[in-house]
Ligand binder design. Structure first.
Ligand code: FAD
Length: 307
């Protein structure tokens, strides 16, 4: 029951100011967002890749209000990619981007987001890696898929995310399960109305399995974005049934969640990619992590009162 309340708070400016200014928040935030700058994050990249993990990097931020902020977001990714070039990690480190951060919700936002994300995709391709477009709330998805299709004309490796809780996703998965596509399947992290999305966990889990089956039986490259042990076991079984080799799909999990499982899957020979967020505008990302697990909220509140 707490999840929807926290997700509503994630869109509140008042809560943003309150929580961002709380003296102890930073310590708790660090569990999920382990740095603010490229310099902070490079040692983390080195450490995780040394341990056999791959990464997808997210410069946190969303819901921007000016075109200048969108340009700054583009530049933040370009700065990261310039640093990754020196590290020579190729496709071991890819980028995840939220189009809202690139101006999608502003006037003329579709074109603006495309214009801002294209140089990031180009720069990523130039160092041998790629970009995945995150899925945000359902009102943004037609634009996201259109931008994805446009980028794929020049950069076919560009990936996208689909969310199992949305009714539309089974059809999206059928369309996307084609040769050369890279698709991350997640349960979905936003507060969505009953007209467009399943509300019950068991319905979402069942949809996840149906969609995963479509992706595994298709010709694309499925990326399983989940920490759910049951779904991970099912994914392994579906991959086996579809005759996929270990390098023909990958698991993805978030930094700070089930770290032992990241290492276990990598040790079994799976491709395991850790979604690693960094930056200063962490509020929206952090609140979604609290909403996913009420125990996180209890830990957060305890840290505030024990200070
Ligand atoms: P759950 O049933 O929520 O969790 C299974 C178990 O994992 C829990 O019992 C718990 O042990 C652990 N766990 C899960 N979440 C947490 C947490 N926050 N803190 C502590 N433990 C936790 N959503 C989008 O809407 N768009 C995206 O683009 C997107 N990208 C993602 C990328 C990756 C790599 C991943 C892993 C998730 C992404 N998500 C995205 C979030 C996703 O939609 C879910 O909200 C999130 O993954 C939780 O669902 P779950 O599949 O892990 O299952």
């Amino acid at each position: 029951m707490l999840g929807p309340v926290i997700l509503a708070a994630s869109r509140s400016d008042r809560m943003r100011r309150l929580i961002s200014a709380a003296p102890v928040t930073k310590q708790v935030v660090d569990r999920f967002i382990p740095g603010e700058t490229v310099a902070d994050i490079v040692p983390i990249i080195r450490d995780l890749t040394d341990r056999g993990l791959e990464l997808t990097m997210d410069v946190v931020g969303e819901d921007i209000t000016t075109p200048e902020q969108a340009t700054a977001a583009r530049d933040a990714y370009l700065e990261l990619i310039a640093r990754l070039k020196d590290l020579e990690l190729g496709e071991k480190v890819e980028m995840s981007v939220k189009l809202s951060m690139f101006g999608q919700a502003l006037e003329g936002g579709h074109e603006l987001a495309l214009a801002n994300v294209r140089p990031v995709v180009e720069a990523a391709a130039a160092i041998g890696t790629t970009v995945t477009l995150d899925a945000e709330d359902h009102t943004t998805l037609d634009s996201m898929f259109a931008i994805h299709e446009e980028l794929r004309k020049d950069f076919p490796q560009t990936g996208c995310v689909i969310q199992a809780y949305l009714f539309r996703t089974e059809a999206d998965a059928r369309r996307l399960a084609a040769a050369g596509s890279r698709v991350r399947l997640v349960k979905g992290a936003y507060k969505e109305p009953a007209e467009v999305a399943y509300q019950q966990k068991h319905e979402i889990d069942k949809a996840y399995v149906r969609i995963l089956k479509t992706l595994m039986e298709g010709e694309g490259y499925p990326m399983i974005g989940s920490h759910d042990p049951r779904l991970i076991a099912i994914a392994q079984e579906l991959a086996h049934q579809a005759g996929r080799k270990l390098d023909e799909y990958e698991f993805q999990m978030l930094y700070g969640i089930r770290g032992d499982e990241h290492l276990r899957l990598a040790a079994e020979g799976h491709r395991m990619r850790v979604y690693t967020a960094y930056g200063t505008d962490w509020y929206g990302y952090f609140m979604r992590r609290l909403a996913e697990k009420p125990a996180n909220l209890r830990f957060f509140l305890r840290s505030m009162v024990s200070k």
